[in-house]
Design a protein. Structure first.
Length: 312
């Protein structure tokens, strides 16, 4: 993974865009056999899979082969490729990456309300098992509630789930809507808690009570997005993303059978720093403190959600 990231085709990266870390350290924690990365992306390459005209950002390319290389380096066995917003509702790059993995990958798509049953059946055959909706106001032009309600009814017969991405302060206005959807829910990045507030406080307690639903799964992902303290200090005086640990550990302890982990490679839209994916794995044993909880987080839970007929 030594070739510098670049953007191909008729595209120029968004000014200030941080490229993914080219030469990650050896994995700081040995992942158990069967580990699933439930949150990763592919970007382009733009020359083969053009970025959407309506995109909010233009990334560097991050291909399926480069994702393969990272997972081989870390010891990841299977993956869930989540459609990136820079590709809009054109799922071609994501589907290509899922198909190329020969059964070792699942996909999360972006679709529009007018998607047909035939189109959904084609995505299902390719390995797609859910749709993602972004409620971050800085990344979408309007609330997608109406679209999501229509799409959720269409995907429910397939056994798919809905992945939702929102800010913690917006949960109060979204919770009743999410609860009424006819599908399971997967929540990205613990609902983006404010980690400067205590995990025992009322805001995070609201999220935990929401996650008590039997059909809600929670990704304990992206400490690099949530942290105020940041990556490990060069002098060794500070561990990586230590301020996010109490919140993530509480989620793992309260919901051991419905938590998921992922890398978020290639880490889109970060502005402060780009994490070393090898060092990111050192965070796992700090939030899942027993062998059993780690196996559930990394292997058993994602296998049950994404490969229910072939969980091994």
């Amino acid at each position: 993974m030594t070739k510098p990231p670049q953007t191909s085709g008729p595209f120029q990266k968004t000014p200030g865009w941080l490229d993914w870390y080219q030469n990650p350290s050896p994995s700081a924690f040995t992942l158990p056999p069967g580990t699933v990365d439930t949150h990763c992306h592919v970007f382009g390459p733009g020359a083969e899979f053009p970025y959407a005209p309506e995109r909010k950002y233009t990334p560097c390319d991050a291909s399926k082969d480069q994702l393969d290389s990272l997972h081989a380096h870390l010891g990841v066995a299977r993956r869930v490729v989540v459609q990136a917003t820079c590709h809009g509702a054109d799922n071609s790059a994501m589907v290509d990456a899922v198909r190329a993995a020969d059964g070792r990958a699942r996909g999360i798509a972006t679709v529009r309300p007018d998607v047909t049953d035939a189109e959904l059946a084609g995505l299902h055959a390719a390995g797609v098992r859910g749709v993602r909706f972004n409620f971050l106001k800085r990344l979408v032009n309007r609330s997608p509630k109406e679209d999501l309600a229509v799409i959720a009814r269409k995907i429910a017969p397939l056994g798919w789930h809905v992945v939702v991405y929102f800010e913690s302060q917006d949960l109060a206005e979204l919770a009743d809507f999410f609860t009424a959807l006819p599908t399971p829910l997967v929540v990205d990045h613990m609902g983006r808690p404010d980690v400067e507030l205590p995990p025992e406080g009322p805001e995070f307690a609201r999220f935990l009570r929401f996650a008590e639903r039997a059909d809600v799964w929670v990704k304990v992902t992206c400490p690099e997005r949530l942290s105020r303290t940041g990556p490990p200090a060069l002098d060794g005086e500070r561990e990586s993303y230590q301020d996010v640990v109490p919140h993530a550990r509480k989620v793992v302890e309260e919901f051991p059978d419905s938590v998921l982990w992922g890398t978020d490679w290639p880490h889109p839209n970060l502005t402060g720093h780009m994490p070393d994916d090898g060092l990111l794995t050192s965070w796992i044993p700090r939030i899942a403190v027993t062998d059993e909880s780690r196996r559930k987080l990394l292997v058993t839970n994602p296998a049950r959600l994404y490969w229910p007929d072939d969980p091994a």
